[in-house]
Design a protein around this ligand. Structure first.
Ligand SMILES: [Zn+2]
Length: 610
């Protein structure tokens, strides 16, 4: 599904980027731009800037930048189409109809129906909790749990009356059809036909999606029934294991804190939240899923698992560790004293004691080792072997090689494995047991190598900033000058736009990058470069500066090729390929001469400038 490009362009022009950003951060005007402390990284002095003229934002600290849509995508963690929708809403621009395929349309329709009915039900349940006489039992329960009225309102808790049909009747009055009610999950269908209300005489906890729409409910018994909690079934709006309870309220705090605390139940989140611990999400009973981990990893790469300390809780925590490590998150484990759950502990000992405990949470490997040696004697070889077997998978699952080695050493020491040969063997099994371990390191190495050089960055900044520089330099640029650079796509984009005679700006450039993400990320920084040297007097002539940069870039290219040639010549020598050797040697001496000719030239250029 896509919006027409013309609509997106129009919307960007109509949506004032300053006004949209202003909704999230307090901007102060500074010259032609607006500045603020960056919402994407911690800082005390503002390095986040918005340029209304260029219709972009850029942070000089963490280098995030882009259009108004990129900003909303980053802030709200939504997809591009959703960002367009949000920007349009904020700017009061009506959306054109999307072209969808019909099945998708039908499913979305049904999901919207379920959410609509959920909204009605929730409003009604909230009202019941607030004022019905029957709901006293729920209000008393909340009072005993020290949950304030404000917290009830924040989490939109409700009370479902003890009736087989009160909600169904209410929904029909609101205009819902029986078919809609049947598909909503709010009722249970009877075998003999007809249906009855699913939630009866229960305290209601709504589960919201990340935008805060009610997609499902949990109902807690208030009468010691067998089922302490009952939950919504899967519907068109709700698939189990795809959501995290509370994330709609806690995501900003998670981003700010840089980590999320993962708990199990509704109250394990609600009570800490009320006490001011707000970077929490709850996995809600079911085992943690990879989808849930992906969801939380959009806001932080570190997770503190704070499950119950009983055996079931420990097993659940170990499962969670595996899933979290598989998604390359850093994991710590918090086990509270006396096996209490977060809800109990915070009410008893307070938030600051909780935070202190949290600060002492163990790295996952320590927790796993503790569990492995708990009921075993390490002096007994069989026990020792079993403990090693239990621990190794959690080391193998760690992505970073350095960290893996670190955890490995910790584990070996804790399990008292002193024998060097055994250690080597175990390390080998860990290294080979994982898929593509060496490849991961290789790609990381390669990535580190292809960072753009200072010279090409400066050259691009000057080209983008100054039309005269473009007229001077572009005719001199040969494809060989930039083809092998990591910023090649930006050079190509500038040349293409200039030859078309089109406007050179963020929008036209980003459209020509052909999905080169690294280049796209670099663009705002390049475009905003003029901010960095406000002192006009000290700036050297941009044309001259660009010439120097171009020389430097050419020199870098020559050096690269020379290094390649030396390796190729070595290969040819070993292979005894005479013809190739002659050809490569000729190229080498040519480049070497060329390289020498550069040096006096750039010295002359510097002398003239001084
Ligand atoms: Zn920043």
């Amino acid at each position: 599904m896509r919006y027409p490009q013309t609509f997106i362009d129009d919307l960007k022009r109509q949506a004032d980027i300053v006004r949209v950003v202003q909704d999230y951060v307090q901007l102060k005007k500074k010259g032609a731009n607006w500045m603020a402390c960056c919402p994407f990284h911690k800082e005390k002095t503002p390095s986040f800037s918005v340029s209304p003229a260029k219709e972009i934002f850029y942070c000089f600290g963490c280098h995030k930048g882009g259009s108004v849509f990129n900003f909303v995508m980053e802030m709200e963690r939504v997809s591009f189409p959703d960002a367009i929708k949000l920007v349009a809403e904020k700017s009061g621009v009506p959306l054109p109809k999307l072209i969808d395929d019909s099945r998708f349309e039908a499913r979305r329709h049904e999901s919207e129906d379920v959410i609509e009915l959920n909204k009605w039900a929730l409003e009604w349940w909230e009202q019941q909790l607030d004022s019905s006489g029957e709901a006293r039992i729920a209000r008393d329960y909340l009072l005993r749990r020290e949950i304030t009225e404000e917290t009830c309102k924040t989490f939109r808790l409700g009370y479902a009356p003890d009736s087989w049909e009160a909600l169904s009747i209410y929904l029909r009055q609101k205009g819902a059809s029986q078919d809609q009610i049947d598909r909503s999950g709010l009722v249970v269908k009877k075998d003999e036909g007809g249906s009855y209300d699913r939630f009866r005489g229960r305290l209601i906890f709504p589960v919201m999606d990340i935008q805060g729409k009610p997609i499902a409910f949990g109902g807690r018994t208030l009468r010691d029934e067998d089922a302490k909690y009952i939950n919504s079934p899967e519907t068109a709006a709700y698939i189990k294991g795809r959501n995290l309870f509370g994330l709609n309220l806690t995501r900003d705090e998670i981003r700010r804190a840089g980590f999320a605390i993962l708990v199990e139940g509704f109250l394990d989140l609600i009570v800490p939240y009320q006490f001011g611990v707000r970077n929490v999400v709850a996995s809600l009973g079911t085992a943690l899923t990879p989808e849930q981990v992906k969801l939380v990893s959009r806001f932080a790469r570190k997770v503190v698992v704070n499950y119950d300390g009983d055996n079931a809780g420990v097993q659940a925590a170990k499962k969670a560790i595996e899933i979290l490590l598989a998604e390359d998150l850093e994991v710590k484990i918090l086990v509270l004293p006396d096996n209490s759950d977060p809800d109990e502990f915070i009410r008893k000992s307070g938030a600051s004691e909780y935070q202190r405990q949290r600060g002492e949470a163990q790295p996952h490997i320590q927790f796993v080792i503790d569990q492995a040696v708990r009921d075993r004697k390490l002096s007994n070889p069989a026990d020792k072997e079993a403990a090693i077997d239990e621990v190794l998978p959690y080391i193998r699952a760690v992505h970073s090689r350095i960290q893996k080695r670190e955890y490995f050493d910790i584990a070996m020491d804790s399990l008292r494995i002193g024998d060097a040969a055994l250690r080597r063997e175990l390390w080998h099994s860990i290294r080979t047991g994982i898929g593509g371990g060496a490849q991961v390191a290789q790609t990381a190495f390669k990535r580190a190598q292809v960072k753009p050089t200072v010279a090409e960055i400066q050259l691009l900044e000057l080209l983008l900033d100054d039309e005269i520089v473009r007229r001077m330099i572009l005719p001199k640029l040969a494809p060989a000058d930039y083809e092998d650079l990591p910023t090649a796509s930006i050079f190509k984009a500038i040349i293409a736009i200039e030859s078309e005679g089109a406007e050179l700006d963020f929008s036209s450039l980003s459209q020509k990058l052909d999905g080169d993400d690294a280049a796209f990320e670099l663009l705002p920084r390049l475009l905003m470069a003029d901010l960095r040297s406000p002192d006009e007097e000290k700036r050297e002539d941009p044309g001259l500066a660009a010439e120097k940069c171009l020389d430097a870039v050419r020199l870098i290219n020559i050096d690269l090729r020379i290094r390649e040639l030396i390796a190729e010549i070595g290969d040819a020598e070993r292979a005894g390929d005479e013809a190739k050797l002659v050809r490569l040697s000729a190229e080498y001496s040519g480049l070497d001469r060329l390289r020498k000719s550069f040096e006096p030239q750039s010295q002359i250029a510097q002398a003239e400038n001084a």
